[in-house]
Ligand binder design. Structure first.
Ligand code: SF4
Ligand code: SF4
Length: 85
């Protein structure tokens, strides 16, 4: 089921790997590393800009990914990422 993204969560900008080059991460982002574009307020500084990876723009918050808090989301995304390798 889809849901609204929890402001201040940021888990999907930490747990997954991203292969798209980004301005501050030209090699992409390894799994489990905080994205260099995730600001202190847990919002994306590339939001709305063409440099934002498509995978980020396409990502849709959903119960099975986001859980009930950011810690649970980190765990769920890590499991999903590992199981799809
Ligand atoms: S894991 Fe889900 S709730 Fe958390 S920031 Fe990403 S989309 Fe939003
Ligand atoms: S580019 Fe933005 S949305 Fe994508 S992982 Fe980094 S901070 Fe998150």
């Amino acid at each position: 089921m889809t849901m609204e993204c929890r402001p201040g969560c940021g888990a999907c900008c930490i747990a997954p790997s991203i292969t798209t080059p980004m301005p501050k991460m030209p090699q992409g982002k390894p799994a489990g590393m905080r994205c260099a574009h995730l600001m202190d307020n847990q919002l994306c500084e590339l939001f709305g800009q063409p440099e934002r990876p498509k995978v980020c723009s396409d990502f849709q918050a959903a119960d099975y990914v986001c859980g009930t808090d950011s810690q649970q989301a980190l765990e769920l995304i890590t499991v999903l990422e590992t199981s799809t390798l």
